[in-house]
Write a protein of this length. Structure first.
Length: 292
């Protein structure tokens, strides 16, 4: 897969499920923000246009006529796999799946298909990507993102929004914000976005908000350690206050308890020279200190 490149206000976007309740609301907000929505899809054969945007029954037809570079998918958990598969097979380079509670096995199929067709899948359970003052692809509250030079990549959208607010209070702003999704398994790791931020001239520091489960932070540490380009990499992993427990561990943790997993991730990040944040209320302050 070629390196990820941040979209711009000129990037054409397709909205799958544009006439659904969520699709209608967030497409209208994306247009108001300045995003270039060129087409939508709907299973309702009677609808040919919505919000002055042409609507098609299939992704293939929309791609043939408008050549979108991003597809934002508003779907139900049951239909998410079919909708994502349709976008992947149409070879849309960047796909954002906003659907929550997608079955794990369906997510695994999405991930495998995205790798096979060499497209970038953000989600499921993702509010998408905000390129500040240029583009919203998803359902994130883009109006809350002040413009600046901090790149954000996160799993939990609520913690990303908290980080954005702290940056604002510190007099800082965001270049681009990306939420990978809070589901146990997601389509893409931190790595391609880390590499893009390291190349991006506007971005001067990178803030990553991780998660207890999974190994994405370990991959992040390895990618940063090997990279020739260096910018301050600030990482917060929630859950360090958890202590050893005899209870059943979280999904994917096997025999390790959460606190031990987080310490292992932190050790790898320290070795890679990343800056660790010890508490959520210190995210903005830590970024500000590094930029000084």
């Amino acid at each position: 897969m070629s390196g990820f490149v941040f979209p711009t206000k000129e990037t054409p976007i397709l909205c799958q499920g544009i006439t659904s309740e969520m699709g209608a609301v967030h497409t209208e907000r994306a247009i108001a923000y300045g995003s270039r929505i060129v087409a939508g899809t709907s299973r309702d054969k009677r609808i040919r246009q919505f919000l002055d945007i042409p609507v098609y029954q299939t992704v293939k037809a929309a791609v043939r006529r408008h050549k979108p570079k991003i597809s934002v998918i508003f779907s139900t958990p049951r239909r998410a796999l079919a909708d994502v598969e349709e976008a992947i097979k149409a070879r849309i380079p960047l796909i954002v799946c906003t659907a929550e509670h997608v079955p794990l096995h369906d997510t695994l199929k999405m991930k495998e298909l995205a790798q096979k067709y060499q497209v970038t899948l953000i989600g499921p359970s993702s509010p998408g990507i905000v390129v500040v003052d240029q583009l919203l692809a998803g359902n994130a509250p883009a109006h809350l993102f002040p413009k600046g030079n901090v790149g954000i990549i996160g799993r939990s959208s609520s913690l990303v929004y908290e980080a954005v607010q702290q940056l604002r209070q510190a007099g800082l702003g965001v270049s681009t914000g990306i939420c990978l999704g809070a589901a146990p398994l997601v389509g893409t790791s931190f790595k391609p976005f880390l590499e893009a931020f390291l190349k991006d001239r506007q971005t001067k520091a990178i803030l990553v908000v991780g998660q207890i489960h999974g190994a994405l932070e370990c991959e992040l540490a390895e990618a940063y350690r090997k990279s020739r380009r260096k910018k301050p990499l600030i990482v917060y992993i929630p859950g360090i206050s958890l202590v050893s427990s005899s209870k059943i561990p979280l999904m994917g943790t096997k025999t390790l308890v959460p606190a031990e997993i987080i310490k292992e991730k932190q050790a790898l990040l320290k070795k890679a020279k990343a800056i660790l944040v010890s508490a959520p209320e210190l995210m903005g302050q830590t970024v500000a200190e590094q930029l000084k």
